[in-house]
Structures are given as C-alpha cells and as structure tokens.
Design a protein around this ligand. Structure first.
Ligand SMILES: [Zn+2]
Length: 125
C-alpha cells in the first residue's frame, strides 16, 4: 500500500520528524562500535569513540538516554563492562545502592536502588 498518498505523507513525516537524524545515527554507530571494541580489549579506541559521541551530543544539544549514560564513565569515557573495565558492588547502608568502580581511572559512581517497599527511585549521585 505504498501507492496510497496518505501513507506516503505519513512515512515522509515520520522520517522528517526526527531532527538531527544523521547525528543520532552516527552516535548510535559510535556507541555500538565502542561495545565491539571493548569486547576485543581495545579500550582506548572505544574511549575515543565514546568521547566523539559525547562531543556530538554536546554540540547539537542531543540528550543521551540515562541507560546509555550509566554505561559510560564520566571522567575517562570508558564503557562500564563488569569484569573488564569496572566492578559492581552492592551496598546496603545507609541505603541500598550499587557502587560502580571504573578500573581505568578509579572513579566511583553510586546508583540508589529501590527499597523493598518500592518507594524510592533510582537516582544518580
Ligand atoms: Zn573511568
């Protein structure tokens, strides 16, 4: 049904409605390439790719998704892969949280998790 002019308009709108589509596609490619490089123990090149991705997002004011941001070290831009570039530890006091230590730059990140009653939300500190 691609001959229907209404559907052609919808397709045209859906592709045109995403601003900076090319930049987002490039950022997605860089992020995926960085994951492949980390799996091949080329951490420094993956850091360069992540740094490039972050500079694109800063220049074009594109927000990165929090789930993506949590996989990137803030200080050295290394992907946080448990056992390769970071360690994960669960701490209970004073509040239940996960401590992620970057093995490249020794930086800590803390993510609070939900309580048993489910009242608190995940927060970054
Ligand atoms: Zn780091």
């Amino acid at each position: 049904m691609a001959d229907d002019p209404k559907q052609q308009q919808k397709q045209h709108r859906s592709t045109a409605s995403v601003p900076q589509r090319e930049a987002m596609m490039r950022m997605n490619y860089l992020y995926q390439a960085a994951w492949v490089l980390v799996s091949q123990n080329q951490v420094q090149l993956s850091q360069f790719y992540i740094r490039t991705m972050k500079s694109i997002s800063q220049k074009l004011v594109i927000k990165l998704d929090p789930t993506i941001k949590r996989t990137i070290c803030k200080s050295c831009d290394a992907l946080q892969v448990p056992g390769i570039t970071c360690t994960h530890r669960i701490r209970v006091r004073p509040q239940r949280h996960v401590v992620i230590k970057c093995l490249m730059c020794k930086t800590y990140k803390k993510f609070f998790t939900k309580d048993y009653d489910g009242s608190s939300t995940i927060a970054n500190s």
